[in-house]
Design a protein around this ligand. Structure first.
Ligand code: GUN
Length: 283
């Protein structure tokens, strides 16, 4: 049976560390501030934004929510971002995705000042990740790495397989594993022999967005399996991209859904906001 890596426990440790550093910043007169923009009324986005605000309160940050109506124009949204770029008391800016269809996500991401881009979605931050000279790591892949490290799992020389090639998770995930000297393969919807490739993985990251996509026959005995998916199964119950019940019996380590990578993403956002506050204030 696999050892379960608890995102609840690891994220609590990260947040405790951030909270402690936040206290030190406050003693120097700096309160880290995060602005969270949400446009429209997507229920999943609402839950994520509430969790982000809650985490800010837990670690002692100032947070401000900007809830804009679904019919907000591009210019209105961009002008809010520009205003937040200028504010001294705001160190991190996050615009919850997805945006309503008439708004161009790319334009919004490009408008956020790179030094306040705590999601690390701006091309300048993405580029810095490529060359290993980053100020922020994208929250979800950074959370996965933190979980791997929490168990003292060595990445160097290991076969790492990432399923999914999104800009938010798959691509930066592969890069972080590569920085740790893993031998990395990225699989996607056109990959041939997916099962064979996955079953060679010592470390397998599932970021496909399909419920219970990774089954036990795709997993090597003793592998480390990290599940980034948040889906609903046929009964409407939350589940990941990994078929937990069968894979748990074969893997060495596994992350659950819920209570796995999800809470880590938010903890790493807190970490990035702290970093932004330190860099912007020189504290
Ligand atoms: N939507 C889903 N994941 C994310 C994330 O990490 N950041 C933002 N801004 N929106 C998201």
């Amino acid at each position: 049976m696999a050892k379960i890596i608890s995102g609840k426990e690891v994220s609590a440790a990260v947040k405790a560390r951030v909270r402690e550093e936040c206290e030190q910043l406050k003693a120097q007169g700096v309160v880290p501030g995060l602005a969270v923009i949400i446009v429209g009324d997507d229920p999943a986005s609402r839950v994520y934004v509430n969790n982000k605000k809650k985490a800010c309160a837990e670690v002692g940050f100032h947070s401000e929510e900007f809830a804009l109506p679904a019919e907000t124009t591009e210019e209105e949204l961009l002008s809010l971002v520009r205003e937040l770029n200028e504010r001294k008391d705001i160190h991190g800016i996050l615009c919850q995705l997805p945006l309503p269809k008439h708004l161009d996500e790319k334009k919004v991401i490009h408008t956020i000042a790179p030094e306040k881009d705590v999601d690390a979605f701006h091309p300048s931050n993405v580029g810095q990740i490529m060359i290993g000279e980053y100020r922020f790591l994208p929250c979800t892949p950074a959370g996965v790495m933190e979980m791997i490290k929490s168990e003292g799992i060595e990445v160097s020389g290991k076969n790492c397989v990432v399923i999914g090639r999104s800009n938010i998770v798959g691509k930066p995930m592969a890069m972080l594993l590569l920085h740790e000297n893993g031998t990395v393969t990225i699989c996607h919807s056109r990959t041939k022999n997916l099962k064979e490739i996955c079953s060679q993985a010592d470390i397998l990251v599932a970021a496909v967005g399909k419920p219970k996509f990774v089954t036990a026959d795709m997993v090597k005995e003793g592998a480390v399996v990290l599940d980034v998916g948040i889906n609903r199964d046929e009964n409407g119950k939350l589940c990941g991209d990994v078929d937990f019940a069968s894979v748990e019996k074969k893997a060495g380590y596994i992350t659950p859904v819920p209570g796995g990578v999800g809470p880590m993403t938010i903890a790493m956002l807190m970490q990035n906001t702290l970093t932004a506050a330190k860099l912007l204030t020189g504290c």
